[in-house]
Design a binder for this molecule. Structure first.
Ligand code: MN
Length: 427
């Protein structure tokens, strides 16, 4: 039924890179995600593909003639498929190219992984309907889901300058906060620091300004998907968000995982896009037969919280939530591209579309502490007895994601890790 699968998706394929064949590896030969890396002492980024616990330097392997990820991302879908075929063929068990590829392999543990590309513009959407409903209930008890939600993919423009690669720490933000019973706000450290479990959708092929991307072509403009943690200052947000939406509560840090899992690699995990009975159909410009048949992507995700004490004691952290993109999202990736461009807005290679917080319907599927602890009122108790309403200094949060399903090899996204530092003290 799915005509977009080819031999690169064959679950029986094995690589001569032995670590790629291990059960549970995020990066088997069926995945081949793209990222940027450099070795100690280097300033320029190089383009790599993850395979097992290694990274293949595409230029050194003779597969591309440059090191510009954003240029690579502008390739047409046939060009992208051809490159994927060439990488897959060279990494397969028994490949004649092994001798040429082997010197281009480096251990991931020995290199620095950066942001996967230069991000020009960053837009954050709000496609998680369970998140939107629960947050709405806390901010506006009488009117949780605003009337435009089921018609418009809601979003706002963020800042690319504060995107962080996985592993980076950041300072707790300062900002204006106002207690409900206070006469006026004060400048204070954020006391309600939160996470947002999201996916990052990266634009590949650009569209010229003035030329909307129709639904039928929308996915051709997407290059790949990462994990994305949109750290949020809930107390700053509550005071500042009306009438123009999020501002300083959101742009102090957002963490991106290193590997863009390509749309091609995600092909085996596509699902029909449906809406609950009684909900309005999307307007025609947000609808297409292809979107109905396979607009959703079955990506499973989890959130791990590791406190400073856990880190000191060698504890990897607790899984505090799990979720699924297909179940959580009210809008599909294609709909976000079609909507973003319907007014003529130009998207460029490397632009990032955040999905919005991907919470499921139940308490163990909350993609933010705001939901998980009901605004801090019911702290979560961790396995070592510590409690958290919101994040404390020294806490690390790790997002993980993967796809698995009948007849396909499991593929993963790697990890998206960030650590909270105390407020910047000028030192
Ligand atoms: Mn967000």
């Amino acid at each position: 039924m799915n005509t977009t699968l080819d031999d690169t998706h064959n679950p029986a394929l094995r690589s001569w890179v032995e670590s790629a064949n291990a059960d549970g590896s995020d990066f088997p030969i069926q995945n081949l995600p793209f990222g940027r890396f450099r070795q100690p002492g280097e300033t320029a980024w190089r383009i790599g593909v993850a395979i097992g616990d290694q990274v293949l330097d595409l230029r050194a392997a003779g597969l591309i003639a440059h090191g510009d990820m954003n240029r690579l991302m502008q390739a047409t879908p046939p060009e992208r498929r051809a490159l994927r075929q060439a990488i897959s063929a060279g990494l397969r068990e028994g490949s004649a190219q092994r001798a040429a590829f082997e010197p281009a392999l480096l251990a991931q543990a020995a290199v620095e992984l950066g942001l996967p590309c230069e991000v020009g513009d960053y837009t954050d959407f709000y496609v998680g309907i369970h998140h939107a409903t629960e947050v709405g209930r806390q901010f506006r008890p009488d009117n949780p889901l605003l009337p435009n939600y089921k018609w418009v993919p809601i979003g706002y423009h963020g800042r690319s300058s504060t995107l962080l690669p996985s592993g980076a720490a950041f300072h707790r933000p300062m900002g204006q906060v106002k207690a409900a019973d206070a006469a006026q706000p004060v400048l204070a450290p954020c006391a309600r620091l939160d996470i947002e479990l999201e996916l990052g959708l990266f634009i590949g092929q650009p569209n010229p300004q003035g030329q909307p991307v129709p639904m039928a072509e929308a996915e051709q403009h997407l290059f790949g998907v990462t994990l994305f943690n949109d750290w949020s200052a809930r107390d700053l947000q509550a005071w500042e968000y009306q009438p123009l939406g999020p501002f300083l509560a959101k742009n102090f840090a957002s963490t991106v995982s290193p590997w863009m899992v390509t749309m091609e690699a995600l092909e085996p995990f596509r699902q029909p896009f449906t809406r609950p009975a009684g909900d309005p159909d999307p307007l025609p410009y947000l609808d297409s037969p292809g979107n109905r048949a396979r607009g959703a992507i079955d990506v499973r995700m989890e959130v791990v919280l590791q406190t400073a004490r856990m880190a000191r004691e060698g504890h990897a952290g607790d899984v505090i939530a799990h979720s699924n993109f297909a179940e959580a999202a009210y809008w599909t990736a294609a709909q976000l591209v079609a909507h973003h461009t319907v007014n003529g807005c130009a998207l460029r290679a490397g632009d990032l579309l955040g999905s919005g917080t991907l919470s499921g319907a139940t308490k163990d599927q909350c993609g933010s502490l705001l939901e998980l602890t009901t605004g801090g009122k019911h702290p979560v108790t961790l396995s070592n007895g510590e409690q958290r309403g919101f994040l404390e200094d020294g806490d690390s949060v790790i997002l993980r994601g993967w796809c698995e399903g009948e007849g396909a090899r499991r593929i993963g996204f790697g990890e998206c890790r960030g650590t909270v530092l105390p407020v910047f003290d000028g030192a």
